[in-house]
Ligand binder design. Structure first.
Ligand SMILES: *[C@@H]1O[C@H](CO)[C@@H](O)[C@H](O)[C@H]1NC(C)=O
Ligand SMILES: *[C@@H]1O[C@H](CO)[C@@H](O)[C@H](O)[C@H]1NC(C)=O
Ligand SMILES: *[C@@H]1O[C@H](CO)[C@@H](O)[C@H](O)[C@H]1NC(C)=O
Ligand SMILES: *[C@@H]1O[C@H](CO)[C@@H](O)[C@H](O)[C@H]1NC(C)=O
Length: 206
């Protein structure tokens, strides 16, 4: 599943050289992981991340929440979500659009129903943690268009690539045969400013 984030229109770019240089390595690593998995080519988007998108899946206590590293493979039972989103980088407070799609449905070899829309929400803003004065998790000011759907790769399938992204879509629009680049272009989002992805295969026992 691939998670992407876009900047809304009319945003101010807050320059911060310190932040940028501190995160360069990670941004390079994220871009490398995307390129290695052919994701930008497969979804017809240019991916030059400017911020790190942190996607965290809560787990049943006492297990700690899992924050994705681009390209990590997770067991399906760790991906119930809904995930939390956080951005790291000098990009202001929003609004942002977050989307997640499965590029490999029903299988990576024959993705005939891809992309499957697993999440699509706009009007995300950063909060502020008043104790530490650091930005807190993204919160959406309006309900998501597509609430989070857990990955469900069919038995026997190789792991799927899941990416985050959003478009001209209502809650009733079919989640299958979604096209994230067409959506982004239709609503004037341009290219995503960040993203991450995970691989999820069917349970071993399936
Ligand atoms: C799409 O991804 C596959 C691997 O999953 C790769 O072989 C192919 O070259 C990619 N296509 C493009 C246009 O990037
Ligand atoms: C997921 O399943 C594995 C193997 O069945 C188990 O070891 C693990 O504790 C489970 N994780 C969660 C979050 O339930
Ligand atoms: C979605 O479908 C339901 C039931 O068919 C309908 O009541 C509702 O108005 C639709 N919503 C939108 C946004 O089209
Ligand atoms: C998605 O839309 C783009 C245009 O934005 C197009 O180039 C691409 O072929 C479409 N992908 C699929 C799988 O239809």
């Amino acid at each position: 599943m691939k998670f992407s984030i876009w900047q809304g229109s009319g945003m101010t770019l807050l320059a911060s050289c310190l932040l940028v240089s501190a995160q360069e390595t990670s941004l390079v690593a994220v871009k490398k992981a995307f390129d290695k998995s052919h994701i930008p080519g497969n979804i017809s988007l240019t991916f030059e991340p400017k911020v790190l998108l942190e996607v965290t899946f809560p787990q049943t206590v006492p297990q700690k929440p899992i924050t994705l590293h681009a390209g990590v493979q997770l067991p399906r039972n760790a991906t119930g979500g809904p995930p939390n989103f956080n951005i790291i980088g000098p990009i202001g407070h929003g609004p942002f659009v977050v989307a997640a799609v499965d590029l490999d449905a029903p299988t990576p070899q024959a993705p005939t129903s891809a992309q499957i829309r697993h999440f699509l929400g706009g009007n995300f803003f950063t909060g502020l943690n008043f104790k530490s004065l650091t930005p807190s998790l993204l919160r959406n000011a309006t309900p998501a268009i597509s609430e989070f759907r857990q990955p469900t790769p069919p038995a026997g399938s190789d792991p799927h690539r899941y990416f985050n992204d959003q478009t001209l879509v209502t809650p009733n629009t079919s989640v299958a045969l979604f096209n994230i680049s067409q959506f982004a272009s239709a609503v004037g989002l341009g290219q995503p400013i960040g993203g991450t992805f995970m691989l999820v295969g069917p349970p071993a026992s399936a």
